[in-house]
Design a protein around this ligand. Structure first.
Ligand SMILES: Nc1nc2c(ncn2[C@@H]2O[C@H](COP(=O)(O)OP(=O)(O)OP(=O)(O)O)[C@@H](O)[C@H]2O)c(=O)[nH]1
Ligand SMILES: [Mg+2]
Length: 464
């Protein structure tokens, strides 16, 4: 289905849903979208004053919502938006009532009894897409924007919502289409009546697009961090002070701290906001060779957590004898992980600087006195920022769906490249390149099918 063929969901339904969160609140809002929105609004609305009698576009009116029998259900304000000039692109009305569960339910019931259909999850945004108001990446950004819980994720989803990302995809597509036209010209005019580009020119042009798409696809690692947060695990031998550090970073006594080794058996996980970045901090069970069965399964879990973490803070107890030898063993085991080395309990070690001279990258701290913790936090932020994508452009892939389509496009372009090099018939090259363009079109929604829409909008809640 192409962009031009888009219609509203195919029927003349007027849909309704509460668009504010459930529960009690000062105000709740209901939205109607569809050709009967204004008629339905007029049917239940009674003005408080004469001058609020008639609805005109975008002017808030003050009055009452009355039941079918005429009795007043609530005092409300309401607004109407004409088709072509609303979020969904359809005629729309919004009613603001008091934010009580029962009030909302009664208003909704009246509207449904009068013929409005309860909206499906994400249906308002889906209509906005189907009516050509926004493209798919922007529709998806609506959900991300609502879910954003840190400054960074908000900034990225806002860029996507405002269309920076889809404009970038469209530019890449345009470059690709130009190349396709050149390739196809050599199919249509095999006698070379018109000048077609040299093989080397074609390859150079393809490489330029390929490089840009690859760069965009590479931003996904950072995009995943923006979306899912940055995972930091605290690891180390039993009694190293992992739970103490966890509590300090969390600024609350969340994990149990005792002098007995093996206190933490299972892992604990909490979110912290480190300078606008969502960090998922995990306290793990201390690693040691011997231990009870419970401890052992705690270790297995810890190892799995380390594997999935973006960074491990590895804690050594500088006051314990033989910490260096144990650290060496541990580091060997963890060699593939990114580690930040921290030496704890410096308050117990007389000349700690001498002790760690052989470990220049080790950060000395004391969870008891708080010494070194400021530096630990700023180092942590630095390490996280190194892995964060450049957010200034908004060109960050945050969605698996987009990432898969980009990978598809890369694969198709690479295959086309090979065909040009081995001088295969241009039809085959054009075929691959058209597939690549289609993959890009599926990102913005120029090409879509029901399954793609279902995948995207099922993530939404009712009322979005
Ligand atoms: N003197 C001193 N004691 C500390 C320091 N940090 C932690 N401790 C103590 O060391 C003991 C162990 O601390 P925890 O935070 O429970 O250590 P853990 O690594 O979580 O231990 P497990 O969960 O058993 O693996 C507790 O008695 C803490 O009070 C420190 O910097 N200095
Ligand atoms: Mg612990």
């Amino acid at each position: 289905m192409s962009f031009q063929e888009k219609k509203s969901s195919g029927d003349d339904d007027t849909i309704v849903a509460v668009i504010t969160p459930p529960g009690e609140g000062g105000i709740a809002a209901l939205r109607l979208a569809g050709p009967k929105s204004l008629a339905l609004l007029n049917r239940f609305y009674r003005p408080a004053y004469h001058k609020h009698k008639q609805f005109s576009p975008f002017l808030l009116r003050y009055g009452y919502f009355t039941a079918a029998g005429g009795e007043i259900i609530d005092e409300v304000t309401a607004v109407y938006m004409p088709a072509g000039d609303s979020y969904t692109g359809l005629e729309q009305a919004e009613i603001f009532c008091h934010g009580g569960r029962q009030v909302v339910r009664m208003l909704l019931d009246e509207l449904v009894r009068a013929g409005a259909r309860p909206a499906e999850p994400g249906e308002f945004t889906k209509l906005a897409f189907l009516n050509g108001r926004i493209d798919l990446t922007r529709a998806e950004a609506v959900a991300d924007m609502v879910a954003a819980n840190t400054e960074v994720s908000l900034r990225v989803s806002r860029e996507h919502l405002l269309g920076a990302f889809s404009r970038h995809i469209d530019n890449l597509r345009r470059e690709l289409i130009k190349i396709i036209a050149d390739v196809e010209a050599s199919i249509d005019f095999p006698d070379e009546e018109i000048v077609t580009p040299e093989q080397s020119e074609l390859l150079a042009a393809l490489d330029r697009v390929l490089e840009k798409i690859e760069e965009l696809a590479a931003s996904y690692t950072g995009g995943r961090i923006v979306r899912e947060g940055f995972q930091v695990a605290i690891g180390g031998r039993p009694n190293a002070g992992k739970s103490s550090l966890f509590n300090l970073l969390l600024k609350q006594e969340r994990a149990l701290v005792t002098p007995a080794p093996g206190t933490t058996r299972d892992y604990l996980s909490e979110w912290i906001d480190l300078e606008g970045i969502a960090v998922n901090l995990i306290d793990t069970a201390g690693l040691r060779e011997k231990g009870s069965a419970v401890e052992k399964s705690g270790h297995e879990r810890a190892l799995k957590i380390f594997k999935n973490s973006d960074l491990i803070i590895w804690l050594a107890d500088l006051s314990s004898r033989g910490w260096k030898r144990r650290l060496e063993e541990d580091l060997k085991r963890l060699e593939e992980n990114i580690i930040m080395l921290v030496g704890n309990k410096i308050d117990l070690v007389k000349d700690y600087k001498k002790t760690i001279v052989a470990c220049p990258e080790m950060l000395p701290v004391s969870c008891l006195t708080g010494a070194g913790l400021k530096k630990l936090k700023s180092d942590l932020v630095k390490r996280i920022n190194e892995k964060m994508p450049d957010l200034t452009s908004g060109m960050v892939v945050t969605s698996v769906r987009h990432q898969q389509k980009l990978e598809q496009a890369i694969k198709n372009i690479k295959s086309a490249r090979k065909k040009i090099e081995s001088e295969e018939s241009p039809e085959f090259t054009a075929f691959d390149l058209n597939l690549a363009a289609k993959a890009l079109d599926e990102i913005t929604g120029k090409v879509y099918n029901e399954q793609i829409l279902e995948e995207i909008f099922s993530r939404f809640c009712i009322g979005k």
